[in-house]
Write a protein that binds this ligand. Structure first.
Ligand code: AVI
Length: 325
């Protein structure tokens, strides 16, 4: 029961677990085996990701937070009053910096967080409502694609879709194009897209960020197997897989894999799937691409998104781009 008149949360679930698992079957029956990175994010995975964001080696969150702290008021001045939609909102920590900037200008606050993990979305929504007395929240628990299709007209003169945290890097080039087309469909002419992108940098910075000394990223990667066990009655033994992360310098991307430590058989009962692993065989669980600003600006332009301004940090490790349709 939702009792707060300033809060509405909608959930769009995929129809049935077996249909939802078609991508798992496809990924695990091909060679080399792969899994979609969306399966990182059950509630536990989302909490582990929050921990990653606070790791000393994981520069992404810290750097983007600094950029937002320095330039959120410029963003609010450029867009004027607008509904803030956030894809992959998680704990909405960085969004507070934007909300503060819009609040300071006296703009009405309408926030539409979208996250696949309902627990973290709801928790952060309640905490935001306490801290921002004029804020209205309409949350959507679903995949980005589904949520973008269900957006109603913005309650304010404009809408800004935020995709920060460099999650763009987790999409393959063809997925990126499909994603941009969904973004454009959810915007009206004059609306905004705020995109955070992780930029090229030395391997010596990148690899520790995805293979940290406390082993939190390893837990995050392995949690995908626990999540699949839960969803599809599986029997992955997490002790028998190991986290691997390395920078592929040719394609400018971090690759994460899970390596089978021995030959073993794994069953996912609900999917009617029996899998054989050889010792050393890997499952590719994530890519995290690193970009050049001009390359993304050109891609965005191909979708009619004109870059208004790009902000960066002192090391030029991250770019935050504001575009307009
Ligand atoms: C969510 N995404 C931007 C993170 C990244 O950096 O690619 C996911 C992540 N994977 C391992 N560490 C963090």
């Amino acid at each position: 029961i939702q009792v707060n008149p300033r809060l509405k949360i909608e959930t769009f679930r995929e129809k049935c677990p077996v249909a939802a698992g078609e991508d798992v079957i496809k990924g695990l029956t091909q060679t080399p085996k792969t899994l979609p990175s969306k399966y990182f994010y059950d509630d536990h995975g989302s909490l582990l990701f929050e921990k990653i964001c606070a790791l000393p080696e994981y520069y992404v969150t810290r750097t983007e937070t600094k950029i937002l702290q320095n330039y959120a008021s410029e963003i609010a001045h450029l867009t004027g009053p607008c509904e803030i939609v956030e894809l992959g909102s998680g704990s909405s920590t960085k969004t507070r910096i934007l909300l503060d900037a819009y609040q300071e200008l006296g703009h009405p606050l309408h926030y539409l967080p979208i996250d696949i993990s309902g627990g973290i979305l709801e928790q952060s929504a309640y905490s935001l409502l306490e801290d921002y007395p004029t804020l209205h929240i309409h949350g959507i628990v679903s995949t980005y694609e589904t949520a973008l299709k269900h957006l109603n007209a913005s309650p304010l003169p404009a809408r800004m879709i935020g995709f920060i945290g460099s999650t763009l890097g987790n999409l393959k080039p063809d997925e990126c194009h499909i994603f941009f087309s969904h973004i454009v469909e959810a915007l009206q002419p004059g609306d905004y897209f705020l995109l955070g992108a992780d930029l090229h940098k030395p391997k010596s910075i990148l690899e520790p960020a995805y293979d940290d000394s406390q082993g939190i990223t390893a837990q995050f990667n392995l949690n995908m197997l626990r999540h699949l066990n839960h969803l599809f009655e599986g029997d992955f033994n997490l002790q028998q897989f190991e986290h691997l992360a390395f920078y592929n310098e040719t394609d400018h991307k971090i690759e994460m894999h899970l390596k089978s430590l021995r030959s073993q058989t794994v069953e996912l009962k609900k999917l009617n799937l029996t899998l054989e692993f050889t010792a050393g065989e890997t499952i590719h669980t994530e890519i995290s691409r690193k970009f050049e600003i001009q390359q993304i600006q050109q891609e965005l332009l191909d979708f009619g998104l004109v870059s208004l301004h790009t902000w960066t940090d002192e090391n030029q490790w991250l770019g935050l781009m504001l575009c307009q349709l």
